[in-house]
Design a protein. Structure first.
Length: 324
């Protein structure tokens, strides 16, 4: 199943993750059993033993791979019912994500002034793009026309086992167009003008297919180097617990708190569904509900209670002739 269905339907990175789960966990624990011997009770005991060694989240990943594999086996007619459907994997409560306040965003950007990677950080905060999406941007993907300020996500840059490679976005939702703020458009226009001037000094023209964010030598940025540089910057700025991916969470949080609808956020982030976005940012959406109720309280006038409203009450409390 892994070599056949998964390898032909998933990207290399996903395939390697599934293959690792199968080899290091599923085969070792369940590989000696025939399909007809794989009962729900056995699957449940396997989850219990796994929880003694790895996190509940890891067991959930194992459950997902095992369940999808057995579902495929059912479709192929190897056996009648998927036993994973009768077993609940351990629940995992995700950690509360770290987002930055507007004040912290200002501190971060001020600290990053003059940093080689400042353009990457600024763009991440303004778009919510993933690191791989940012590093894969080309100038042809950026529309600076005042009538359509936007960024198109057409390729990503991954580093796997020490090798950097460009790929297409993983899903159709990831391949998207993100609107830009006028501030970001102005910033990128000035940044592009600087790059064009540098090329002119070298007697060249800036190609549309060249990457937007590059090293001082003009090469693709190494994701690991960028993450390390960001960690140093955060420490210098005195911001605790902030990773590069938290720039994406900060973008989403600020958008929601400023009144952006979950669907708009979901499309900008490239999520597979609005439900997923609402689940990830449920703590912020709960706060928005409180704000919405406060606005409602401002709109609806104060209620004036009158005892005349109780005129109908006797019919509810006094026995009627029929009830005597």
């Amino acid at each position: 199943m892994v070599e056949g269905y998964v390898k032909t339907n998933c990207c290399q990175r996903t395939f390697e993750g599934y293959e690792s789960i199968v080899r290091k966990h599923l085969v070792l624990a369940l590989g000696h059993l025939q399909l007809k011997e794989l009962q729900p009770s056995i699957v449940g005991r396997y989850y219990g033993k796994e929880c003694e060694q790895v996190s509940a989240r890891s067991v959930q990943h194992n459950h997902r791979v095992l369940s999808q594999s057995l579902k495929y086996a059912v479709r192929q007619g190897y056996f009648g019912r998927n036993p994973c459907e009768l077993v609940s994997p351990p629940r995992w409560k995700g950690k509360t994500m770290r987002t930055m306040t507007p004040v912290e965003v200002g501190i971060l950007l001020e600290t990053a002034e003059g940093n080689l990677y400042h353009p990457v950080f600024y763009c991440a905060l303004n778009t919510g793009l993933r690191q791989a999406e940012l590093l894969g941007l080309r100038w042809r993907d950026i529309a600076l026309d005042p009538d359509m300020l936007s960024i198109s996500v057409q390729q990503v840059l991954y580093k796997r086992r020490g090798v950097r490679e460009f790929k297409e976005p993983k899903t159709e939702h990831s391949r998207r167009r993100v609107n830009m703020t006028p501030k970001l458009a102005l910033y990128l226009a000035l940044y592009r003008a600087e790059r064009e001037e540098l090329y002119r000094e070298l007697g060249k023209t800036l190609p549309l297919d060249s990457l937007v964010f590059v090293t001082a030598e003009g090469n693709p940025i190494d994701p690991t180097v960028l993450s390390h540089a960001f960690s140093k910057l955060v420490k210098q700025a005195g911001l605790e617990g902030v990773r590069f991916h938290n720039l994406r969470h900060t973008f989403a949080s600020l958008m929601l708190m400023r009144g952006a609808k979950p669907k708009v956020n979901s499309e900008a982030l490239g999520h597979s569904s609005v439900a997923f976005t609402m689940d990830v940012y449920s703590h912020i959406i709960d706060g928005m509900q409180q704000d919405a109720v406060a606005l409602l309280d401002e709109v609806i006038p104060v209620g004036v209670f009158s005892r005349n409203h109780t005129n109908l009450a006797p019919s509810l409390h006094k026995p009627t002739l029929a009830g005597r």
